[in-house]
Design a protein around this ligand. Structure first.
Ligand SMILES: [Zn+2]
Length: 189
């Protein structure tokens, strides 16, 4: 199997897997709440299967992450060898989801949601926090632990992010020169 097909298979396994399936939370955008759940990852997986979204083999992305979403309908991935890589793939898949579903959302909120997703994945994969305890993952981690505690306490409800933790995460991202430049990602489906 060539690398591209191998990567595609691995990404599908992650998106359709149990960990991605347990990610569930809502967050505020303006005066409404957006909900991220299993369906988001399954719809990206389906788009990948139909080649509406392509997996492209690429060098390392920003911040040493192994994946990135720079061009519409294309997830770039350098490798998937461990749970850190898998969490990057889930993060970029959420950008792909907002694009696919044409969801209007400011870039900072989109980035924050993507960091919550990848951080929840890292926690579920039991990757010791000392391995990812740098920003913005550290702040996303505080928020993710609160979301996961809510999930545990109310298994049938979708937890809404803690407002203070969410505001902190937005603030951390706004300070980051990488994310401050981006006003909005592509959302053209
Ligand atoms: Zn991102």
């Amino acid at each position: 199997m060539d690398t591209k097909r191998q990567l595609k298979k691995q990404v599908l396994k992650v998106l359709e897997g149990a960990r991605a399936g347990r990610i569930r939370f809502s967050f505020p955008v303006g005066d409404r709440l957006l909900t991220i759940g299993r369906q988001a990852f399954l719809s990206v997986a389906q788009a990948i299967r139909k080649d509406k979204i392509t997996i492209y083999e690429a060098p390392y992305g920003q911040n040493g992450s192994s994946a990135r979403y720079m061009y519409y309908n294309e997830i770039q991935i350098s490798q998937i060898v461990n749970s850190m890589d898998e969490s990057d793939a889930v993060h970029e898949s959420l950008h792909a989801y907002f694009d696919l579903k044409k969801i209007a959302i400011p870039a900072i909120e989109e980035e924050a949601a993507a960091y919550v997703v990848s951080t929840m994945y890292l926690i579920m994969a039991k990757i010791p926090q000392k391995q990812w305890n740098i920003e913005p993952h550290a702040t996303a981690g505080l928020l993710s632990h609160l979301v996961m505690a809510e999930q545990k306490a109310h298994p049938k409800k979708t937890p809404v992010v803690n407002q203070d933790a969410w505001d902190n995460l937005l603030w951390i991202l706004k300070k980051d020169p990488i994310y401050d430049k981006v006003k909005s990602y592509t959302h053209d489906g």
